[in-house]
Ligand binder design. Structure first.
Ligand code: FDA
Length: 401
């Protein structure tokens, strides 16, 4: 039997677990950090196209979906995007903001590689005065409450500590070692779990709504569901739609999948007025050419084809132009599903926030048990918000552990 004198055990060495471990160790705690993967922070490594979109300048509570929209406020305030940016800078990591047509998206990426963020988190774990014992490739076989804390059985021995942190994330991208372990464990301790669903995920369209020739075409779009709107790029795929605008709206559609999604493929443009003025100025032009001034050529040609092929603008009645404009500005889609966990960036739902203290992430009914990161029912928009939640919730627990 291996029993080391640890103050706490953290399950999962992803962004939240690593960050929490560093914060606790810098407060003198002896931390055991366990993960079944062979390397820590694998999702950090692959994130942001290898450059990790590590936070967002504009991060606020409204950027998160949760059963309790107020839950994330306290943690986000106590450890904000500005705190994380200061940490990144203190490690000499150069970063840049991604913009869209000159507009600030607030998304911050490493200039170099996402591996710099992992190296930074590991360096923070080594700062002391406490200690982080990181054990990788370790299979957790059982977790139980003891009289004085928690016992974790693994294929590398048995460990005990007064406090236990669940930081094993959600089940998105199972081939990277993601699992529903956090939910099973939470339920074992009597905590409620909000049904998880894939989020930030490409949407599937029914076969009759698919348009294979458009696969690969990308265009700016405003995707709306209820009162939520996102104006970003959209991509036609062989099975449906993807791109940032679609991933963003997928999280809302997944929550209430009965309502359609509305797409405006010419955001900020009075397309009918543009088509009427094109008709007056260039009467010999065809519809596809007129549309291609505002849309990708393949999409313009496809739309023109759906409205009788076009012909000269001069011969097209305004009523037809109005129908074309309405199709572009208010395309209503009813997705048939999503690409699922295999392609989802995050998981919606998770450990019910009603079970946790928003100040410390400790389970109200199980003293000493904490849950942080994606395992909790707090899901960020696309754009660095999910990592900010990992840092903020990891800090909230790390500072009290
Ligand atoms: P995370 O999943 O990172 O870590 C959980 C850890 O627990 C993993 O190391 C895993 O191996 C381990 N684990 C799981 N089950 C276990 C078990 N049974 N036993 C032992 N260990 C176990 N977000 C963002 O803000 N900016 C971005 O650029 C991106 N980009 C991005 C790209 C892709 C492809 C994906 C899939 C996701 C993103 N995200 C993102 C989302 C972001 O990666 C995610 O929200 C955080 O990694 C969540 O951090 P956690 O530490 O909570 O979980």
């Amino acid at each position: 039997m291996t029993t080391a004198p640890y103050d706490l055990i953290i399950l999962g060495a992803g962004g939240a677990g690593l960050f929490c471990a560093g914060v606790a160790a810098q407060r003198g705690r002896r931390v055991l950090l366990l993960d079944h993967a062979a390397s820590p922070g694998e999702k950090i490594r692959i994130s942001g196209g290898g450059r990790c979109n590590f936070t967002n300048l504009h991060c606020g509570p409204d950027d998160f979906l949760s059963g309790n929209p107020h839950f994330a406020k306290s943690a986000l305030k106590r450890y904000s995007q500005h705190d994380f940016i200061a940490l990144v800078e203190s490690h000499g990591i150069a970063w840049h903001e991604k913009t869209q047509s000159g507009m600030s998206l607030g998304q911050l990426f490493c200039d170099g590689s996402s591996k710099q963020i992992i190296a930074m988190l590991l360096a923070e774990c080594r700062k002391g005065p406490g200690d982080v014992d990181l054990r990788l490739s370790t299979r957790i076989t059982d977790v139980a409450k003891t009289g004085s804390g928690f016992r974790v059985e693994t294929d590398g021995g048995r460990f005990e500590a007064a406090k236990l942190v669940i930081a094993t994330g959600g089940p998105s991208i199972p081939k990277m070692g993601a699992s529903g372990f956090a939910y099973d464990l939470a339920k074992r301790f009597g905590l409620n779990v909000i049904a998880p669903k894939p989020a930030l995920v490409p949407l599937l369209l029914p076969p009759d709504a698919l348009n294979p020739p458009l696969a690969g075409v990308s265009t700016l779009c405003t995707a709306a569901h209820g009162r939520r709107k996102f104006t970003e790029a959209m991509l036609f795929t062989h099975r449906g739609l993807s791109g940032p605008a679609i991933l963003q709206i997928s999280s809302y559609w997944q929550r209430a999948s009965d309502q359609p999604v509305t797409l405006d493929l010419a955001p900020g443009l009075d397309l009918l007025a543009e088509l009427k003025s094109a008709k007056a100025a260039h009467p010999k032009q065809d519809l596809a050419t007129a549309l291609a001034r505002h849309l990708p050529a393949r999409l313009a040609a496809d739309l023109a084809g759906r409205h009788g092929g076009g012909g000269r603008m001069a011969d097209l009645p305004d009523a037809l132009l109005a129908r074309v404009a309405a199709n572009v500005k208010q395309w209503r889609i009813q997705p048939s599903g999503t690409e699922g966990y295999a392609r989802a960036e995050v998981t919606l739902g998770g450990i019910d926030t009603a079970e946790l203290s928003s100040q410390t992430m400790e389970a109200k009914a199980v003293p000493g048990l904490y849950a942080i990161g994606e395992a909790v029912d707090v899901t960020g928009h696309l754009g660095g918000f999910n990592f900010q939640w990992a840092w903020s919730s990891g800090y909230a627990a790390g500072i009290v552990l």
